[in-house]
Design a protein around this ligand. Structure first.
Ligand SMILES: Cc1cc2nc3c(=O)[nH]c(=O)nc-3n(C[C@H](O)[C@H](O)[C@H](O)COP(=O)(O)OP(=O)(O)OC[C@H]3O[C@@H](n4cnc5c(N)ncnc54)[C@H](O)[C@@H]3O)c2cc1C
Length: 459
């Protein structure tokens, strides 16, 4: 039965962003109802049971020191963080040649080092010309938004090893082939997400810390505090604005409110019917929006055996499956976990898994373990189990990480964030800074709350 309720604000979506918005609104004494389509909170963060009482992050997991809103939220909720394990050697393997290194710079030849350095320098210099709040106003916005990051790398790097490395880094970051992502989008990301080194590094970078209790615990803790006002299994179908306020219709509750915060990617928001209709630019943005997607595959061992051998569990390779490997063990190392990200696209990084392997779970696992044995030795042959979290088949979530195809930023400009009367947009994709990151999810929520409260005269 659908029940009818009233609230100051309805938040649509109980991912990190929606729950942060609701948590902040409740903290200001406002009444709030959170409507979530799925049967759990956390959206693109989820704790996956890997046995032996341990969990691993199946979705978003890493934060870095520049992600200051995330750190203060984690602390405020009484949760704790730990550092990604980086002690010891990283494996760098290309064309069957395996080398190891410590620190953050792979053992490239002097020529490759120069090539990588010039690319990084030029990307950073271009990024410095992109205005944070309005990237589409950059002097060269139209040129940069008419090409892909992958094309830029192909034509501006000399050596195939450097092209591979850059394509690999950005494929992993966006869960998407960089040949489908606008150069302007990547430059804006570099300008607003701490620069290339911060974005790509574990130690002192964006992949430095995880939440001990698992990243989903951030959302679960806020949902617990909010209590009954979080309604699960209740997809929102309609948002109807009239002169009095807004009526939000969902499977289990119809709620009248003064303001609505829609906290999800634009592609997901496109499933909701808005009356009056959304402005053309917003509607079109939702239709063309695309998030990159991937599957996380975890090999679980009874202990992180590679640490005893002097490895930190990280590997950058050109192997078919294990092209980027990280130690994803829990804080107490009660089990050892090696993680790879498997996408459906080669990412222009020369990754060459076939459909036969991709579409068959046991073939996929066998290929993954074969790669791990090649990298970490025979102990890798016998994991206690292999666990996967796929983001391809999620019913209410389109993909993992927001990307923008060429033309999207310059065509739709601020449509991802600009409110439509009483409807405000949150979600990681609605954040001018740290867009697509967990940090962006939190910042967009706090921005949407401030915007809604100011517009309603609540502060
Ligand atoms: C595999 C993976 C790895 C990642 N790694 C990192 C990382 O290490 N670091 C990092 O910073 N970021 C990472 N990210 C990105 C990060 O997880 C996301 O940016 C962030 O979690 C998004 O939060 P959100 O609340 O904006 O959106 P979501 O988590 O997508 O929440 C939206 C919610 O809305 C709900 N919903 C959809 N439609 C409706 C409807 N009609 N009615 C009601 N509810 C609806 C959905 O079910 C969902 O719960 C990763 C993401 C994935 C998937």
């Amino acid at each position: 039965m659908v029940n009818s309720q009233n609230a100051d604000v309805v938040v649509v979506g109980a991912g990190l962003s929606g729950l942060t918005a609701a948590h902040r609104l409740a903290g200001q004494g406002l009444s709030v109802v959170v409507l979530e389509a799925g049967d759990r909170v956390g959206g693109r963060t989820v704790n996956v049971d890997v046995g032996n009482g341990a969990i691993s992050d199946g979705g978003g997991q890493w934060i870095g020191t520049l992600h200051n809103r995330m750190f203060s939220l984690v602390e405020e909720l009484g949760l704790s963080t730990y550092r990604t394990y980086t002690d010891g050697k990283t494996i760098y393997q290309q064309h069957g040649k395996r080398r190891t290194y410590e620190g953050v710079i792979p053992p490239l030849s002097p020529a490759a080092m120069l090539d990588y350095g010039q690319a990084q320098f030029r990307l950073q210099r271009m990024a410095n010309q992109v205005p944070v709040a309005a990237p589409w106003t950059a002097k060269k916005a139209n040129i940069w938004d008419s090409m892909t990051f992958g094309n830029w790398v192909d034509t501006n790097c000399l050596l195939s090893e450097v092209k591979h490395l850059l394509n690999l880094s950005f494929t992993t970051m966006y869960a998407e082939d960089p040949h489908r992502i606008s150069l302007l989008k990547v430059l804006h990301q570099i300008a607003t997400s701490g620069g290339m080194e911060f974005m790509t590094n574990a130690r002192d970078g964006a992949q430095d810390y995880r939440v001990v209790e698992g990243m989903q615990a951030v959302s679960m803790t806020m949902a617990d505090k909010l209590g009954d006002c979080v309604v699960l299994n209740s997809p929102v179908t309609e948002v109807h604005q009239d002169s009095d306020g807004v009526l939000v219709r969902s499977a289990r509750a119809d709620v009248r409110c003064r303001r609505v915060i829609v906290a999800m990617s634009p592609a997901d928001a496109d499933r909701i019917s808005f009356t009056p209709g959304l402005p053309g630019r917003r509607k079109d943005l939702q239709r063309v929006w695309h998030n990159g997607t991937e599957t996380k595959v975890f090999a679980v061992y009874d202990k992180p055996f590679w640490r005893e051998k002097g490895f930190n569990g990280m590997a950058l390779t050109d192997l078919p499956i294990a092209h980027f490997v990280v130690d994803n063990s829990p804080a107490d190392a009660s089990v050892g976990i090696l993680l790879v990200f498997v996408g459906t696209v080669g990412g222009g990084a020369g990754l060459s898994w076939s459909d036969d392997v991709l579409n068959d779970e046991s073939a996929r696992h066998a290929a993954f373990i074969k790669d791990l044995v090649a990298l970490f030795g025979p102990e890798a042959a016998n994991p206690v189990q292999v666990v996967e979290k796929s983001w391809v088949d999620e019913p209410w979530i389109n993909g993992c990480v927001g990307t923008r195809a060429p033309g999207v930023l310059t065509s739709y400009t601020d449509a991802a964030t600009k409110p439509v009367d009483r409807v405000h947009w949150a979600g990681a994709e609605a954040a001018p800074e740290f867009e697509s990151y967990l940090e962006g999810a939190v910042r967009s929520a706090e921005r949407a709350v401030a915007e809604a409260c100011a517009a309603a005269g609540w502060q």
